[in-house]
Write a protein that binds this ligand. Sequence first.
Ligand code: DO4
Ligand code: MG
Length: 281
Amino acid sequence: MKIGQVWWQGRLTAAVFENGHARPIPGYSLRELVDRGERDGVSLADLAGRYAVRQHESIEPALPIEPREVWACGCTYEMSASFRDAEHGTREGFYRHVFTAPRPEIFFKGTSRVCVGPAQRVGIRADSRFTAPEPELAVLLGAKGRVLGYTLANDVSAWDIERENPLYLPQSKVYTACCALGPWFVTPEELTDPYSLDMRCLIERGGQVLFDGSTSTSKLGRKIEELVEYLLRANPVPAASVLLTGTGIIVTEAAALAEGDSVRIECPRIGTLVNGTMIVR
Ligand code: DO4
Ligand code: MG
């Protein structure tokens, strides 16, 4: 099942998506539906099947959830680790160590305050000259880290700020509209194997494709359960939070994001997430 949110009757409302249409779930945001499912011990798919309206509405997907917390993993693909070692001149493999070490890199990406949904604009910091999209598989977490669904995420990052000094990572990662999510979550009953997903990212400017890169989650160097287990160590992340699993696509500096660009992340088994860009101050 595909489940997310739509703007319906003046509020963000949970909805099931089928054949290009939405079936809203009156009275519930997706966060409220997750909480209800946890309280009653019922799966999201069961709740949605019970409460979604029967008629199909022509409404576009919105931000699929207002997450309580957003966390993100880094250097989970060899590509991301080796690119960063090259960027920082860390020949000894500062980032490669993180790719291979037992403990993964996990950082706080923010709350729903920094999230945007499909067709909304992601942010480019006014003080960054090289901001890049990081297309990632993301998971919706229930209580105790149970995976309730999979979606696409853009961990938009000011790479030049990170490049200046790794201690600037939070400033490169966390700011207004730094995280796009969508178009919806695919539940684990429908998406049984998250390790064989093709992902592609295109950056378009003025109708021209500036960048086109792809990867597969088969290159993800860690199991999602392992990432969640580390995330929850001494850190009881609440239900209705989201975890980004890292990028396997590295864009070139020539394709640094500029205002007005369009970033398209495609994953045939999940959907397509398209966002414009804007400068944020
Ligand atoms: O270490 C920096 C962040 C890495 C990251 O966000 C990623 O690999 O996706
Ligand atoms: Mg990332």
